[in-house]
Design a protein around this ligand. Structure first.
Ligand code: HEC
Length: 151
């Protein structure tokens, strides 16, 4: 029991020394790899990372819509599916009963119009039936509209 314990400690000491020795040989190689990786990262993904952030923010913002709006075509709930909504005429999703004000609005859902509508639905389509009071944060709206463009 005792001798086993001692052996164990010795073993640990040896392997620690082994790791240290191996580590001492590494830094030059590792520094090379790190320099190469960070050079690559500083060139390409700055824009990519931003786009990814916007994606995530848009998806997150969409949580305010998802209870009423599905993203699959043909799946209408309390609100119409928003699949392909960007560029579409208001009030024309098949199989959804829109209010008359929405149908008569003549709006085309450009990114600009969507931004205004999401900020304040009742101001853009007075009398429409969407029970949503509006999203105040312009950055959140911008990210959301970007997300809608992907549907
Ligand atoms: C509580 C339910 C509800 C929520 C939450 C909601 N909507 Fe709606 N939405 C509706 C209803 C109902 C309509 C149909 C309005 C009408 O006919 O007047 C609608 C209509 C729309 C339309 C018009 C679609 C078309 O084809 O003309 C857009 C665009 C829209 N909503 C976007 C959103 C976005 C973006 C959000 C989240 C920020 C959201 N809605 C949140 C219920 C909701």
């Amino acid at each position: 029991m005792n001798s086993n314990g001692r052996n164990g400690q010795e073993g640990a000491a040896w392997s620690r020394r082994g790791v240290l020795a191996a580590g001492a040989a590494l830094p030059a190689a590792r520094a090379g790899v790190i320099a190469a990786v960070s050079a690559a990262m500083s060139v390409i993904p700055a824009a990519g990372a931003k786009a990814q952030d916007a994606d995530d923010a848009g998806k997150k913002a969409y949580r305010e819509c998802i209870a009423c709006h599905a993203t699959e075509k043909g799946n209408n709930g309390v609100g119409p599916s928003l699949a392909g909504v960007v560029g579409q005429k208001a009030g024309e999703v098949e199989g959804f009963r829109f209010s008359s004000p929405m149908k008569r609005s003549g709006i085309v859902w450009t990114p600009e119009n969507l931004d205004k509508y999401i900020a304040s639905p009742q101001d853009v389509v007075p009398g429409s039936r969407m029970p949503y009071s509006g999203m105040q944060d312009p950055a959140m709206r911008a990210a959301l509209v970007k997300y809608l463009e992907t549907l």
